[in-house]
Design a binder for this molecule. Structure first.
Ligand code: SDX
Length: 430
């Protein structure tokens, strides 16, 4: 006997089925609510609303658990490469050696970005935000593959588009970095693995063909990209699904996801964290003063990198990143004063009743910015790195939505505007 719930609407009782997930989560299926009762639900920000069933990522905010296709984020960050985790998200299983080699070789065939994309940099204002450039470049990439715009292509053709986008994302991200420094593009070196190739295109120089990325940075970057790879129905993944649900192509759906991630409340938080830490440092380093500002309802200041819509316990990714942060700074011999401020902030926030009562723990963005800065990335580039990590997650969410033939996303609303009124000609208006 399947579980149900009863709802009484205007004196009449209705019964709705309860859906139970494989990890025990429960949802009331209200697909028939409006037809049966004439009522809809209202849940601004979707804090209590599931938009889909999904088999990709499970997270438990209360317990601080994050799994991808059943594997814990701790195991994946410790033992897997980012490309392995990408394969897991995209195809539902960890690849065996043959599958991995084929995946890596398919990606290597497509790492070059069309030379025409270089011309776009002439149109971007100098110093313009890398996320605006990235969103534009990914949407433009789709224009080079007009067949990819057709939503009714074969699975094999769609998979080729997925491989192509996975392959070109690091190249485009590296181009954005190079062009903003006025440096020539460093082309992909397919003898390197996915992450080392990205670091080589970013920090290598055409005049230094012998450059080899530091293995510590390669390892830390692999871990960081894995920790950002997917996070179920967050703002940007939901955006990718909504755009894809209209049968818009993958490039446009991902470009929209990049734009959503740019927001300071979402992926843009890692940039905001560093700017906040530098602001506290430049203001004299009085951490408690800024904690008090974050608690003051009349002050718009929020402690960036703290709090999460789902994690009401420590973000498991933050724990892993914190360890990686210490390792990278120790290896690079970096003694970053803002790290000291970050640790004081974390200590103060984890003991202050305001943050403890609201379960506002450090999230993934709190430490990632410090590592990226130690690696030499400019602050406004951090969310580009988040986008590169999140790409396989976005694509796997888009694929799942497509393969399940989900309907176009079209929420309802409750109208609260003017009731009907007669048109008044301009000459008769007050
Ligand atoms: C990411 O969804 C994902 O999975 C996202 C992400 C992913 O991998 O995709 O994990 C990546 O986006 C992480 C979050 C990065 N954003 C930030 O660090 C920005 C700072 N954080 C906040 O803006 C906030 O915590 C959010 C946006 C993350 C979550 O906001 P909610 O769930 O809507 O919570 P809320 O705004 O309703 O706040 C609840 C209370 C409020 O106080 P009261 O009105 O109850 O008195 O907590 C307070 C808020 O004022 N609060 C904060 C705070 N975050 C919430 N107060 C001070 N500083 C903060 N950071």
């Amino acid at each position: 006997m399947s579980e149900t719930v009863k709802l009484i609407v205007e004196g009449q009782e209705y019964e709705f089925p309860v859906i139970t997930g494989t990890e025990g989560e429960k949802a009331i299926d209200i697909s028939k609510l409006r037809d049966l009762t004439g009522h809809i639900t209202l849940d601004i920000g979707f804090k209590n609303t599931g938009s889909t069933k999904s088999a990709i990522t499970f997270l438990d905010g209360e317990e601080g658990i994050l799994h991808h296709r059943g594997y814990s984020i701790e195991d994946l960050a410790e033992h897997a490469s980012f490309l392995e985790v990408s394969y897991l998200l995209l195809y539902g299983k960890l690849p065996n050696a043959t599958e991995y080699a084929e995946f890596q070789s398919a990606i290597r065939e497509h790492t070059l970005a069309n030379e025409g994309l270089e011309a776009m940099f002439k149109a971007f204002p100098t110093g313009s935000h890398p996320m605006g450039q990235l969103s534009s470049m990914v949407a433009a990439l789709g224009l080079y593959y007009p067949k990819a715009l057709n939503p009714h292509r074969s699975e094999e053709a769609i998979n080729r588009t997925i491989i192509r986008l996975m392959a070109k994302m690091p190249t485009i991200c590296a181009m954005i970095y190079k062009k903003r420094n006025g440096h020539p593009t460093v082309y992909p070196k397919n003898s390197l693995d996915y992450v080392a190739n990205y670091l080589n295109m970013t920090f290598g120089q055409v005049t230094m063909p012998e450059y080899e990325p530091d293995p510590v940075l390669v390892s830390a970057m692999n871990k960081l990209l894995i920790l950002h790879a997917d996070h179920e129905q967050n703002c940007s993944a939901s955006t990718v699904r909504v755009v894809g649900s209209s049968q818009s192509n993958l490039y446009s759906s991902i470009s929209a996801g990049i734009s959503a991630l740019w927001g300071p409340l979402h992926g843009g938080a890692n940039q905001e964290v560093l700017e906040m830490l530098e602001q506290i440092q430049n203001d004299g380093g009085d951490v408690q003063k800024w904690i008090n500002k974050a608690k003051d309802k009349n002050d718009p200041f929020r402690l960036m990198g703290f709090g999460h819509r789902v994690y009401k316990n420590f973000d498991p990714r933050a724990k892993i990143i914190k360890k990686a942060c210490d390792d990278v700074l120790a290896k690079l011999g970096v003694n970053d004063p803002v790290l000291e401020i970050a640790k004081q902030l974390e200590e103060a926030a984890l003991t202050d009743p305001y943050f403890v009562e609201r379960k506002l723990f450090p999230n993934v963005d709190f430490y990632s910015g410090i590592i990226y800065r130690a690696m030499g990335f400019p602050t406004d580039f951090f969310t580009v790195l988040f986008s590169m990590g999140r790409l396989p997650g976005w694509i796997s969410q888009w694929q799942e939505m497509r393969k399940e033939k989900q309907p176009i996303a079209r929420p309802r609303q409750i109208y609260t505007g003017e009731t009907p009124r007669a048109y008044v000609h301009m000459k008769d208006r007050d």
